[in-house]
Each structure stands twice: as C-alpha cells, then as structure tokens.
Design a protein around this ligand. Sequence first.
Ligand code: ZN
Length: 236
Amino acid sequence: MATLKVRGIVLGGTNIKEKDKVIKLFTVENGIINVTMKGVRGDKAKLKAAKEMFCFGDFILEEGKNYYIVTSVDIINSFYEITSNIEKYYEGCAILDIVSKIALEPNVQLFIEMLDALKTLCYDDVSKFHVVDKFLISVLDAMGYKFINETCSSCGAKLGVRYLNLEIGEIVCPACKRDNCLPVSDACYNAIKILTNTDYEKLETVHFQGMVISQIHYLLTTNYIWRTGYKVISII
Ligand SMILES: [Zn+2]
C-alpha cells in the first residue's frame, strides 16, 4: 500500500463514526488534503493530540478507500496556547479559515506565512487584530491587490487623499472615486504601511489607537470579502 509523508497543519475536522475523525490538513507537499484518523476520539488514543486544530507536524499517511489514513504523527508544535485565550483563538481560527478558502494548490509561501503568524499569535503579546491583519495584507498582496502605493491605481496621479475602490480592490484618488469606495485616512494608511513593513516577530512592538485598529481591520476584511466572497471569522 502506498505510504506518504507530509508536513502539515490541521485546519479543522469532522467527526465520523464512533471515534474517527476526518481532518483537513494544509500540507507543504500536496496543498489541502482530507485524511482520516481512526479511533482518534477515544480517551486513550495515541494520536489524539494530533487531531486538534493548529497541530503542526509530520504526518505519515497510508492509502485508504476514500481518504488517506494517518498512521503516525510527529508533532512539531501543537500551538496549544492559542486555544487558551479567546481573542487569540478567534484570530487563529480566522487565519486557518482564510487558508482553507484560498489555498487551492500547494503554496509554500502561504504555508510559511501561516506558520509565522501562528507562532507570533501563540507566543507574543500582540495587540488585537494585528496578526490577522498583517496576514490579510500579505494574502491580498499575493493575490495582486497592493494596498501600499504612492500613486492612484486608476489614473496614476500621486496620492494625497485615498480611497479603497472595492470593485477593483485597489487604492484610488478622489477624481477616480466611484460608488463602493471606502475612505482611507492617513492614520489607517500609515498603520497598514507599518504592519506591512514589520516582521511577525517584531509585531508586539507595534501599537495603534483603538479607532485605527478597528478601521484597518474593517478595510482589510471588507476588501477580502469583495475579492473572495468569504467573510473573515471574528469575535465581534
Ligand atoms: Zn485617480
């Protein structure tokens, strides 16, 4: 029987039968795959820690009838601490959910970005939304929607007052403003620039006013909805 070794992180799962679970794994090698974990919901199950969301490890899979079956897991990091703080937990779930929606094929860059984001969320004391917002900036940028731009994406004029045009997902000037445009204040623009240019491991040194935090989260999540059709999971 074919055996496969993959490095992956558990995005979620569905309970089946009495003690089995089908988990959704985002893997370096194969992108997102669904795999079965047998008997894993039993109290004494050897692999029970590996079925949980956020679990990062090397999974050994054996070909099964419908899905691959997990035969062993070498856990690298369970990111358990994320689940013990409700705000971190929701941000972590949002990141996993975004990955589950956009990772249509193997994507090493996205995998590394997700791991960096989860490590920061888990171990650092970062202000609310900063990790998921930085993650969204990177995801949107990789899709081709640059937020940080000194010129209007429609006419090329140098930008003073900025609007986010939701139809095209880019920043435009007042002359190119149409319906479905959200104003982007200087404070928001500068905050997004700082998040863009700050590495995850330095993110806990970044602090914005409460109003700016809400506004940039709204701009980024709204842009994401318009680009993908999916909402970002949120505690509020
Ligand atoms: Zn313009």
